[in-house]
Write a protein that binds this ligand. Structure first.
Ligand code: DLL
Length: 423
């Protein structure tokens, strides 16, 4: 679609969305009124800046479904992702929401040449996480044969990859590196002993250095795919040119704003990403501050697609961590710890990478009255803390108990997270 036509389409979608939400939804009408803006004030796409922002905190305050704008009878699916405190963010989908999500993924898979002759192993988690089911539906839409292997049990995954002549895989970049290590241990050379040709990698930050390593060591092409649960899930990927993520502009409108002033930036400049979902029904999203840092790319893509292109995600403007593809906010860790009476108020998080896999070590001070000389008491307490963290965060954390006063104190803002991973 010519760029001018896309802008017209985006404007019409935005205006219809603003009209609908102003008329029928209390939350959005309240927000627009507070910002002193009415839908008629949106006279061009540039007027989007008049609309107020939404954040993850809005979702938290309206947990679980108060942000939904359709009755429950219209909801056909739920997914959930990490929230900033004890509760996750719940995302609901109508039938149409699943439809444009699947369409977005079908376009992405097509753009990297995956179609009915391919067998795609989906090694993203199936379940509340959006990666597995998202790619699954997209791949079925393009007619590929899907191997829904989900995460874990790497040896079995490698056997299936060989036995079913898998040609493409979708997983996190760190998982494919891990798979390669396990494959070598099993005496399998992915380049020589499998039919794997392509990998669709995302859900966590990675670099062009990692791409080079993956491509060269496994003899495959690796493509970046991006999305967040609030947007629907994984959605948009690079094409075969690997020169930016093609964003379906009819589905999602991206603004890149200055990190400090939140004023719009010209294409080519890196800033905070703000997204408006133009087709979302169950849980609309206008100017949602995703907190990812990226830029919109200038120039045209050699593939001929005219859609806006997003650079790699280079960071975040908040403190969210991604551990083995799972989002973790330090505030969730704190929230979980503070509910355990034996735990004091000092803790330190260290994240390291062993081979391709992330590890989280949590040092926690115990309160004086809970401290015991009996080793079994301390072992039990440590196991209890690890279980609670696993229950709330869904990841394995190694806990180390510390005596009261043993952890460093900070003057001013405490630095509780040490991310020692090298990308
Ligand atoms: O990670 C959805 C997804 C699944 C994307 C599978 C790609 C593949 P969330 O769990 O809500 O959703 O996490 C979203 O992950 O805001 C980014 O910070 C990060 N992220 C996702 N894709 C990439 C990527 C899924 N390609 C958060 N590069 C986002 C860097 C990524 N970061």
């Amino acid at each position: 679609m010519p760029k001018g036509d896309l802008k017209d389409l985006q404007y019409r979608s935005l205006r219809a969305l603003a009209d609908k939400l102003y008329d029928f939804n209390q939350f959005y009408r309240g927000r627009m009124k507070a910002a002193g803006v009415r839908p008629d004030d949106i006279r061009s796409l540039d007027d989007i800046v008049k609309l107020p922002f939404m954040t993850k905190e809005d979702l938290r305050e309206n947990y679980p479904t108060k942000m939904f704008t359709v009755p429950n009878s219209e909801i056909v699916r739920f997914h959930a992702s990490s929230g900033t405190s004890g509760k996750p963010t719940v995302v609901g989908y109508t039938h149409n929401d699943l439809e444009y999500w699947t369409e977005a993924l079908a376009r992405s898979l097509t753009s990297v040449g995956i179609g009915k002759d391919d067998t795609l192993q989906v090694s993203y988690g199936y379940g509340l996480f959006t990666g597995g089911l998202g790619l699954h539906y997209g791949a079925e839409r393009v007619g590929a044969s899907v191997v829904p292997s989900s995460t874990g049990n790497t040896e079995r995954q490698l056997e299936l990859m060989q036995d079913l002549d898998v040609t493409a895989i979708a997983c996190t970049p760190s998982y494919i590196i891990h798979m390669n290590t396990v494959a070598k241990r099993m005496g399998i050379d992915i380049k020589r002993d499998t039919c794997l040709k392509k990998a669709i990698l995302g859900a966590e930050p990675w670099t062009s250095g990692m791409r080079k390593h993956i491509e060269e060591s496994m003899g495959i092409r690796a493509y970046d795919i991006y999305g967040t649960s609030e947007q629907a899930g994984p959605m948009f990927s690079e094409c075969e040119e690997t020169n930016g993520i093609h964003v379906g502009g009819d589905i999602m409108l991206i603004e890149i704003l200055d990190r400090d002033t939140l004023e719009p930036l010209e294409d080519g400049n890196e800033g905070e990403m703000v997204v408006t979902m133009l087709k979302k029904e169950a849980m609309p999203m206008i100017r949602f501050r995703v907190k990812d840092v990226a830029s919109l790319m200038t120039g045209d893509c050699a593939c001929g697609r005219t859609s806006p292109r997003l650079s790699r995600i280079t960071g975040r403007t908040d403190d969210m961590l991604i551990i083995r593809g799972i989002n973790v906010f330090p505030s969730q860790i704190e929230y979980t710890l503070m509910r355990i009476p034996e735990v004091g108020d000092q803790y330190l998080i260290a994240i390291t990478r062993e081979g391709a896999l992330d590890n989280m070590l949590l040092q926690v001070e115990i309160r004086q009255d809970a401290f015991s000389d009996k080793v079994e008491d301390m072992v039990r307490l440590r196991a209890h803390i690890e279980t609670e963290l696993r229950r709330y965060l869904n990841i394995a954390v190694t806990v180390e108990l510390k005596a009261p006063g043993e952890l460093p104190r900070f003057e001013g803002k405490a630095k509780r997270v040490m991310d020692k991973r090298v990308y």
